[in-house]
Design a protein around this ligand. Sequence first.
Ligand code: MRU
Length: 371
Amino acid sequence: MSQIDWHDETPVPGLPPTLEWVGGLDGHLRLIDQTLLPSELKLLDCHCAEDVWRAIRTLQVRGAPAIGVAAAYGVCLATRQARNADPDSFLRLLKTSAEHFLTARPTAVNLAWAVRRVCAAAERALARGSSAAWEAMLSEAHRVAQEDRRVCQQIGEAGADLVPEGGGVLTHCNAGALATAGSGTALSVLYAAKKRGRRFHVYVDETRPLLQGARLTAFELHAAGIPVTVICDSAAASLMRAGKIAMVIVGADRIAANGDTANKIGTYSLAVAAACHRIPFYVAAPLSSFDLMLKDGDAIPIEYRPGQELACSCGRQVVPAQVECLNPAFDVTPAALITGIICERGLAKPVTEQNIKQICSPAPCTGLDAS
Ligand code: MRU
């Protein structure tokens, strides 16, 4: 399969691919270890499924589209040893490893979507034997990665003109190149706006407790030559009141049929503050982040992470040892607070069930469709 030359299209000079398959059938998954950024840019080679599962769980690779791509390759690694087994044994291993990957992180639907795609590719090819099924899976994982690159660019193009000339833009967490196999979702919109000559200043919430905004988004935007200032999460509303923010743009981990959107914890309070100050609040996400099976955001599973991530900050205990910490990693922003959702097919605005149904139709590839 032809490889895109990342270095021709990356908006972030010097940044290696967030994740990529290295080699052929005997290859492995290589990813940037994001827990070490920004002080260290180190690549992690995952040679087995457990390496990938752990990388997803511990946020060495993170961001909804990126964990989908990682899990797709992870299931390939998990089943590679069964290439010479009979089809029934191959299928059994495929099912258990797919289920195992679904446990890595529950909120981003992209993970289940990508795993489903590689499983469906294997099942379609299984009549030709286990080895053919496995190769079909690997090709499908490559397709998932390649499509994500294209979709990121399309999202950027679809949203670029929404970025206000000379204005301040606020973002939360990291929905950039580091969160995808391409140029990002929310940040892709900013990269495309810059390419069109727009001048703007980005304020980034540090994004407690794991600081994806401060560590990753600031790193990416700065490397891309976009003026960026990090603020603590609780400063956002007062910046809005001071007139410094003309637009808020964030990514998404799962969007329900009515437009309710799960994203990094703190997104909901940004949306409330933006509505209060009449500032447009946009979500940028690929169709693979939509979950039309869920009527509304109440049904979105929210990941709770260890309290220790809150209690221990920068290597130091900051909460008394006996005190409990509650650490939801995501929250749900009601559709009514979202001005528009930017995806690869354009803009859904206003965010209504009807508009979402329309933009999602025909359904994006699920792996269940005939090939
Ligand atoms: O816990 P993380 O770092 O995986 O959370 C990531 C986010 O919340 C992103 O905003 C979301 O996945 C969109 S990434 C394009």
